[in-house]
Ligand binder design. Sequence first.
Ligand code: AMP
Length: 390
Amino acid sequence: MSFDQFALNPRIAHGIAMAGYTSPTPIQAQAISKIMNGADLIGLAQTGTGKTAAFVLPILHKLITGPRGALRALIVAPTRELVEQIHEVIQTLGAKTGLQSTMVFGGVNIQQQIKELKTADIVVACPGRTLDHIGRKTINLSRVEMLVLDEADQMLDMGFLPDIRRIITRLPKSGYQKLLFSATMSTPIRKLADAILQNPLKVQVDTIAPAQTVSHAFYPVSQQLKTQLLLALLKNTPRETILVFTRTKHRARQLGEKLAKAGYLSTSLQGNLSQARRRAAMSGFKSGKYQVLVATDIAARGIDIADVSHVINYDMPSTPEAYIHRIGRTGRAERSGTAFTLITSEDKQMVTAINRTIGNPVQQCTVEGFNYRIPAPAAGSKKNIRHHAR
Ligand code: AMP
């Protein structure tokens, strides 16, 4: 599935490319068209599923036509951090749309917000400070066409229900679209939805959790020492069937060649291969001709390899969902599996997101006897797998 099917405005397609998204996540696949068609919607999805873009893309698409400089989309979220994250997604995906997004949260000087609110098309806001602005008459909600309540369950847990109700009384009486996102569907959420949404459609992505049969760990390392650390991990796992993931096709090919040079029965599976060579890589891995298969997410999608004992993320995947999907390649059919992920200082955000999605921190490990202080190979050295900017 691709983003093309939504026929989003080309200026938004540019933002999707900038964000590095190649295909919609399940919540995006389910929600985007429905929102574009104007339906009220309840989205049951956790952070980490791509739900932010699921509502941001249709908002941008709608607002790209019509008047500018009036507040037409209001997104309400429980915390400053979440407001910042949503705003960032809007800035990236909407970079070429000319639409202005601004943030509203407490604990900072209100004057700058007042100034920005005069011309913003999209406002991402915490409930409390929004009420401050309503009280000061520095926010005009009369032209809102789309309202999003994000992480609604968390907002209710934090006691924001009365604030949300008051904000809603300031919106137009009817005629605007309402979207409610929540990780869970509790009775209070159902009541809120019944009170504010009109004939809502419901989309849901299953709660994502790693299989109980997979033990997984993070291995912090510097970018330059990834290959050496991978070799050390492989040394400790002889006679196993190992699926290694890289971020790009290029890195998959280079790493596959490098492992072969280091004496491993390895091959790579990436989109640049002909169909025949892909099949040869797959069947060679299944039959045991190859012990290590280096692949990208896209190349490995939909491939069922039952006997993988280890998954190694040479590069961190781009979503917690992709992480859980990747590590689910091992530990199938009640067998136990092991997943290692090499993490660098650049992966901090994703480490936090994965830990939050899983609900407890993934264990961080080191490889005994590995020299974490060896100098990095000289820049430009062929031994060094080039690092591509994200
Ligand atoms: P969210 O659930 O909205 O917090 O998104 C979680 C992460 O998924 C963020 O880092 C997004 O940048 C990323 N993401 C969202 N949509 C996609 C996509 N279609 N492809 C790849 N990454 C995505």
